[in-house]
Ligand binder design. Structure first.
Ligand code: HEC
Length: 438
């Protein structure tokens, strides 16, 4: 089952800085069709759509329609207004004012108003010869280089509706120790792939994952909360992510003989049971100044028995945990957190990650006020956060386990039941994930 695509250095993805806008010139041509104060597509709406929507709303992209031309945007103008006002588009579930992130795709209030004014004004086209200046995406950590691509062993057609979670076991082909310093997934069929997580299975645990794979017919095996064997995260991809580099000089160590498990979440609601063969790309370094790792974080007692009970029928259940993590897995000492993500399943409603400092202050890392299972991702801090001995990393999750908020499983709405921690679709989790160095 050799699935190595090769280590060729694929072209860098260097953020093509918008080729110097022609705006701002002294050309005082006044023959434009629109009144000078009208909000127009070319001048005002298009730069926002280009910077904040068209990563997904492209032909063949993850979104169900393209917003790349005036005609399309014009047709959709009222929904553009309502979805951006409601905050559902662009998908960026992190609350404003908690922390500053790299590659932030949220809209400013002014941009939301501009799109609304353009829609309210009738969607005026304006003058294509006078496009507005491209919008700077701000500081980013997009994947800068690809050194290794791995592919699902074979094509897979989902068998469960509307959600199929499948784990595919892939060989790690490198003969020497390498450090993963960047990650991206490329859905083979964006119409059905909703998210992808790559897990690392170390050489000593390879037999376990091979057994899990062999125990189920067909390519790969069914998995939901994770691969079900001892493993750690290598990278996660959610729609819209261009892939990310780890912070300079850091990377996750991978030994020869390891396996990578690709967990692919298929959602077949709109496209039906179409086949897919997803690939993942890695940026590799032979050595790094500081080893990084993705540290999952939860209260250990949640994982067994009824340690994290979410009673049937209750509409706001909360579990929280704060702990000094600086002693974990090494000599006690400061830990630097570079990015943070939250993971719950479909009953989740709200989650928070913060640092409660020894001096009584607290610092917000991530606040997801409206949890959406389909848009989980990891958020990289503009300024990494240092956790010192005595500080506590605090995690809080809320769930709605009322009858109204039950998931669809194979097309059927489930009745409420008592829920606890587990890997299945009808179990829950409350997990923080951090990319840390120490
Ligand atoms: C990260 C990918 C992504 C980005 C970025 C994105 N969209 Fe979407 N959009 C989607 C997907 C996927 C859907 C389909 C519904 C869903 O899955 O939530 C969608 C649906 C929509 C819809 C249909 C109504 C709705 O709310 O579901 C509108 C309108 C829309 N997007 C507008 C926008 C606009 C305007 C922007 C930029 C300001 C934007 N989107 C940015 C992925 C994206």
């Amino acid at each position: 089952m050799k699935t190595w695509l090769g280590t060729g250095l694929l072209a860098a993805l260097a953020a093509v800085a918008g080729c110097g806008s022609e705006g701002g010139g002294g050309d005082d041509n006044t023959t434009g069709t629109a009144p000078t104060d009208a909000v127009t597509y070319w001048q005002d709406a298009k730069p926002i759509l280009d910077a904040k929507c068209n990563g997904c709303h492209t032909p063949g992209g993850i979104a169900p329609f393209s917003l790349e031309t005036y005609d399309k945007a014009y047709q959709m103008r009222e929904m553009i207004k309502s979805s951006t006002k409601a905050g559902t588009m662009p998908p960026w579930p992190a609350a404003k004012g908690c922390s500053d992130y790299l590659s932030d795709r949220s809209l400013t209030d002014a941009q939301i108003e501009t799109l609304a004014a353009w829609s309210d004004g009738g969607g005026v086209e304006g003058d294509p010869a006078k496009p507005g200046a491209p919008i700077d995406r701000g500081p980013t950590n997009d994947l800068s280089r690809v050194d290794l691509s791995l592919e699902m062993p074979v094509e897979y057609t989902p068998t469960k509706e509307p959600d199929d979670y499948r784990c595919f076991v892939v060989d790690w082909p490198e003969a020497e120790t390498q450090y993963v310093a960047g990650f991206r997934a490329n859905p083979g069929n964006p119409a059905v792939v909703h998210h992808v997580i790559a897990y690392l299975v170390e050489p000593g645990k390879v037999a376990d994952v091979e057994a899990a794979d062999a125990a189920e017919a067909g390519p790969g095996y069914t998995c939901y909360g994770g691969p079900g064997v001892q493993s750690s995260w290598l990278g996660a991809w959610a729609p819209g992510s261009l892939g990310t580099d780890t912070p300079a000089g850091t990377g996750i160590r991978v030994e020869p003989g390891s396996k990578v498990v690709l967990q692919v979440h298929y959602n077949t609601l709109t496209a039906g049971m179409q086949s897919d063969r997803t690939t993942v790309d890695f940026r590799l370094e032979k050595s790094v100044a500081t080893e990084g790792k993705i540290q999952p974080w939860a209260k250990p007692t949640w994982l067994s028995g009824n340690g994290m009970l979410i009673p049937a029928g209750e509409s706001d259940v909360m579990h929280s945990f704060g702990y000094d993590i600086t002693g974990i897995g090494g000599d006690p000492g400061p830990i630097t957190i570079h990015s943070a993500g939250l993971h719950m399943h479909t009953l989740g409603t709200h989650g928070v990650l913060r640092i409660d400092r020894a001096d009584g202050t607290s610092e917000c890392m991530l606040d997801i006020p409206k949890w959406d299972f389909h848009w989980q991702g990891s958020y990289s801090f503009l300024e990494p956060k240092t956790v010192n001995p005595g500080d506590k990393v605090y995690l809080e999750c809320h769930w709605d386990n009322s009858a109204a908020n039950q998931p669809l499983i194979d097309g059927v709405k489930m009745p409420p039941k008592d829920v606890t921690w587990g890997e299945g679709t009808t179990d829950e989790m409350c997990l923080g994930t951090f990319y840390i160095t120490r």
